[in-house]
Design a protein. Structure first.
Length: 486
């Protein structure tokens, strides 16, 4: 039984320009994962609230949002970005209270990037050109873009505002109206975002937020609603499969950013000190709760011992603890359930014959909160579940390899295909290996370096479609080709 000890905020739905409770008054608790305190209540939406929100979004498609000029829409979207920056400190605090991530991380990555998503996509509108095709002197074709309609945005808890705005900004830039279903574990910044959209001049009904759970709740009601034209979903691969089945009845357009089990491939000729500093981030930033984190680390045998010695030593130096301590590098995991799941994989690693070189347990002195030490495991092979399955926590496996062929075979032996990073100073090898890895994103000698114009997404069971730049507009718009006989 938890009690409210530090009230932060209660979260209501935002429907048709107003903050409202659920019709039946139901709420659920919002827990701070770093303290296990209840910090507020959240309105628990269901089919009724989704229906109200979708009706409002449908009406708004033909309201002032439709008649706004492109310049007016650009100004509104820029203003959303500006207001996110104006409220950066508050949003960073809320994001860390909701997720357990270090507040310096929210303040330097999550929130600025949320603002940039709006600035980027509002600027992008100006670069859009219509596709034209001329057929000798017989016909001229041109394709006009129009909004898809009402779009449902369903999000995970790991980068709540960053990922919500990564969808919302292009959806609005393309003229759609939206119903967002934030993750139930992280409702606060989405609620503030709704207020920011209103304050920036987004007309009523264009942006709606319905809180609640996934299955048999707000999430599934959004997916099944006949007046929702598209769903953009980021979350687990297994959830993606369920959503695809329930979206089939209304044949919805789907965009999927799903799970991963991303490899880092480190050749002996790379600059090991640089590799280690970046690998610390790609392994443990955000408690390893980033879909792009590299959790399978392959190191060329001749560099394996040196890499491991340095990597383990640097990992032991990472401070785990209070998200509001500026020295903290690893905060708390998102929930008790997730803590148990990740801990279960650490136990499994030992049963599968692995050796834990560092970490694997709750840090001493941190009895409350879902804290787990960054964990490095060796001695596992490609068939172990710990090497195959997404753990989504501060846990990595390190495996030696002897040849390019051998490592590529292991790297691609997975049903995931989100991202990878390759470390080498051999230019030809960099191109060769990067081109053969089955992943939507391959970084060479870096990690998580993002240019928002580039295609973002996964192959195999890590996703369907791409987001970013024109790719986002492809998803969030419908094309009509007009053919004129000359
Ligand atoms: P999740 O799939 O459990 O939940 C994601 C969202 O889907 C939540 O809002 C949830 O309420 C909703 N949902 C759950 N069941 C639903 C249903 N039946 N119908 C409709 N909505 C439903 O994922 P999570 O635990 O919140 O997030 C972690 C996962 O997200 C990891 O697998 C991670 O790799 C993935 N992820 C992927 C990316 C990417 O860009 N590829 C980015 C971030 C996270
Ligand atoms: O940087 C991005 O645009 C992005 N979508 C990051 C996703 C991270 C996953 O956890």
């Amino acid at each position: 039984m938890r009690t409210i000890t530090t009230k932060v905020m209660d979260c209501l739905h935002f429907i048709d320009g107003a903050f409202v409770p659920s019709a039946n008054g139901r709420t659920f608790d919002n827990v701070n994962p770093a303290t296990e305190d209840v910090i507020g209540t959240v309105a628990e939406g269901g089919a009724a609230e989704i229906d109200l929100a979708v009706k409002a979004a449908k009406r708004a498609l033909n309201g002032p949002w439709k008649t706004m000029t492109a310049n007016e829409r650009i100004a509104v979207l820029r203003k959303v970005g500006d207001l996110i920056l104006e409220r950066k400190e508050e949003l960073a605090r809320l994001e860390s209270l909701d997720t357990g991530k270090p507040s310096w991380l929210s303040g330097t990555i999550d929130i600025p990037r949320a603002a940039y998503n709006f600035h980027f996509f509002s600027d992008y509108i100006r670069t859009m050109t219509a596709e034209t095709t001329q057929m000798d002197d017989v016909a001229l074709n041109y394709a006009i873009r129009r909004p898809v309609g009402v779009v449902g945005l369903i999000n995970p808890w790991n980068l709540p505002l960053l990922l919500l705005t990564w969808k919302l900004a292009p959806a609005l830039a393309a003229g759609n109206t939206v119903v967002m279903k934030p993750a139930e574990l992280t409702p606060m910044t989405a609620t503030v975002l709704a207020e920011i959209c209103r304050d920036a001049g987004v007309p009523d009904g264009v942006v709606n937020v319905v809180h609640g759970f996934g299955p048999n709740s707000a999430g599934s009601a959004l997916v099944e609603h006949p007046d929702v034209n598209a769903i953009s979903f980021t979350g687990e691969t297994t959830t993606g499969k369920i959503i695809m089945a329930s979206a089939a009845g209304t044949l919805k357009r789907l965009s999927y950013e799903l799970g991963g089990k991303n490899p880092n491939v480190i050749f002996a000729d790379s600059n090991l000190d640089e590799v280690i500093e970046t690998t610390l981030k790609s392994s443990f930033i955000n408690q390893g709760e980033v879909c792009l984190c590299g959790s399978r680390i392959y190191v060329e045998s001749s560099a394996y011992d040196e890499f491991l010695a340095k990597f383990v030593a640097r990992t032991k130096e990472l401070k785990v603890g209070d998200p509001f301590d500026a020295k903290t590098k690893v905060g708390a995991l998102i929930s008790e359930e997730h803590y148990e799941r990740v801990s279960g994989y650490i136990k499994l690693a030992q049963e599968e014959g692995g050796t834990i070189l560092t970490g694997g347990k709750r840090p001493e002195g941190l009895e409350r909160g879902y804290y787990l030490e960054p964990t490095i495991i060796v001695g596992l092979n490609r068939n172990c579940r710990v090497v195959k399955e997404e753990i989504f926590g501060p846990v990595v496996t390190v495996i030696p390899f002897d040849s390019e062929e051998e490592v590529l075979e292991q790297v691609n032996d997975t049903h995931y295909g989100l991202s990878a990073s390759v470390w080498t100073n051999d230019l030809r090898r960099a191109h060769r290996v990067a081109g053969r890895i089955e992943a939507g994103i391959v970084w060479v000698n870096t990690w998580f370096l993002r240019d928002l114009r580039t295609p973002f997404g996964g192959m195999k069971q890590s996703g369907i479609g791409r987001e970013g730049g024109v790719h986002s507009f492809e998803f969030y718009s419908e094309l009509t080709n007009i053919c004129i006989k000359l």
